[in-house]
Design a protein around this ligand. Structure first.
Ligand SMILES: C=C(O[C@@H]1C=C(C(=O)O)C=C[C@H]1O)C(=O)O
Length: 397
């Protein structure tokens, strides 16, 4: 018996999964229909073999974990349904929250950033750490079970992001509840494939948006001119181009780097487009090959992942992994998004995650504030103030 069947007590039987996977973004609303068959769980490195055993029809949906050595959580469904975005417009109920705490504290997070900067300073050789993305979390507890569908619907009303709602394996070691899901508002496309054409839209380099239009313009201009943010961004774009090049006959970023925004953040973003040599390479395999990019991990990748494992006190699990779909019957067409600006929700608990890229020249206090701002979108849909995750002014760093 594998861990899915143990936790869900479903044996190897397919199960009905009406709300286990939904995406809603500028390209409409997609959700799974019909009975779902689990893809045997395993590491990303052996996903090609596991997928080959799933046949050539149906749609693969689900979540890839942050660490490549952790187990993915994927399902095969007969089909996905697409609806216009309006299908989600409804009036979701309010959520009453009881408690909130930061894990780790902003001060401890800033200390980890300082530690990473020391490592970067010390090692000036070929294997030197150039970038690492460090995350922190907020735990919120509601009075009652958090209504996941309402949270998803509320997020999906923001058309500057792609909202996702993806079932996760229950983790009874953490809480005695079932029905765990990852729900979020990602602005970042890892990879989309349509026929032979692929797109990736990495983001890196961030500034918090301001309510005052003059301050907001200053924040935007400051980001556009920041050499540190441009370096942080270029590392991601180069990595994605290098990784996709062997799969592509043409590849490039014709529009260059531009500012993009959500309701709460400014980012530097670069649209990467290409033509595949083999137009039947499934999007899920391309996403698995790319993941984790230095937008969520760092460079060199393995060194950065090891440091994340050492410095972050809370497991990332599926945060900063990827969520998406891949239609095997249509040459693997589909879209995979970076699973950020999200919360791991189970029963009355939600754990929100936010990370920031650290490069030489980063300021630990500014990174603690940046992660605070990145909690904003999820805090707001949970009924809290969007700046409730900002480090308190009185915090001693
Ligand atoms: C890691 C996160 O965001 C990533 C890090 C960014 C940065 O460091 O500037 C920007 C966008 C994302 O690629 C997150 O939101 O948790």
């Amino acid at each position: 018996m594998n861990s899915i069947s143990t936790l869900y007590d479903i044996g190897e039987q397919p199960r009905a999964l009406s709300t286990v996977f939904a995406l809603s973004g500028p390209r409409g609303y997609i959700r799974t229909d019909g009975r779902a068959e689990p893809v045997p769980r395993g590491r990303l490195d052996d996903l090609p073999e596991r997928l080959a055993r799933m046949g050539s029809e149906g749609v693969i949906v689900g979540a890839l974990p942050f660490f490549r050595k952790a187990q993915d959580y994927l399902w095969k469904v007969p089909t996905v349904s697409r609806y216009p975005g309006e299908a989600l417009l409804s009036d979701p109920p309010a959520i009453t929250l009881k408690e909130m705490r930061a894990e780790p504290s902003p001060a401890l997070y800033a200390a980890s950033v300082g530690h990473a900067l020391n490592i970067m300073d010390r090692r000036q050789n070929d294997d030197a750490l150039e970038k690492v993305v460090l995350a922190r979390t907020l735990v919120v507890e509601a009075d009652d079970t958090i209504p996941q569908d309402a949270v998803f619907r509320r997020i999906a009303q923001d058309d500057s992001i792609t909202a996702f709602h993806v079932m996760l394996p229950d983790d009874l070691r953490r809480h005695p509840f079932t029905g765990r899901a990852l729900i979020g508002a990602t602005p970042e496309l890892l990879l989309e494939k349509t026929g032979g054409r692929i797109e990736s839209h990495p983001l890196a380099g961030s500034a918090r948006r301001m309510a005052d239009p003059d301050l907001d313009r200053q924040a935007r201009d400051g980001l556009a001119q920041s050499a540190k943010d441009q370096r942080e961004h270029a590392i991601v774009v180069e990595y994605i181009l290098d990784t996709l090049a062997p799969y592509c006959s043409t590849l490039g970023c014709p529009q260059g780097t531009a500012l993009t925004s959500t309701r709460s953040m400014w980012h530097l973003g670069t649209l990467i487009t290409g033509e595949l040599r083999d137009p039947d390479t499934p999007s899920v395999l391309l996403a698995a090959a790319l993941h984790p990019t230095p937008a969520v991990c760092g460079l060199p990748c393995e060194r950065a992942a090891n440091l994340i494992g050492q410095l972050e006190p809370v497991e990332r699990d599926f945060y900063a992994g990827a969520v998406g779909w891949s239609d095997l019957g249509q040459g693997g067409d589909g879209a995979w998004y970076v699973a950020i600006r999200c919360a791991d929700i189970c029963g009355p608990f939600a754990r929100l995650y936010a990370g920031a890229g650290i490069v030489p020249g980063s300021d630990p206090r500014a990174e603690a504030a940046e992660t605070g701002a990145k909690f904003g979108a999820m805090l707001q849909v949970l009924g809290l103030s969007s700046d409730a995750g900002m480090p308190p002014e009185t915090t001693e760093f």
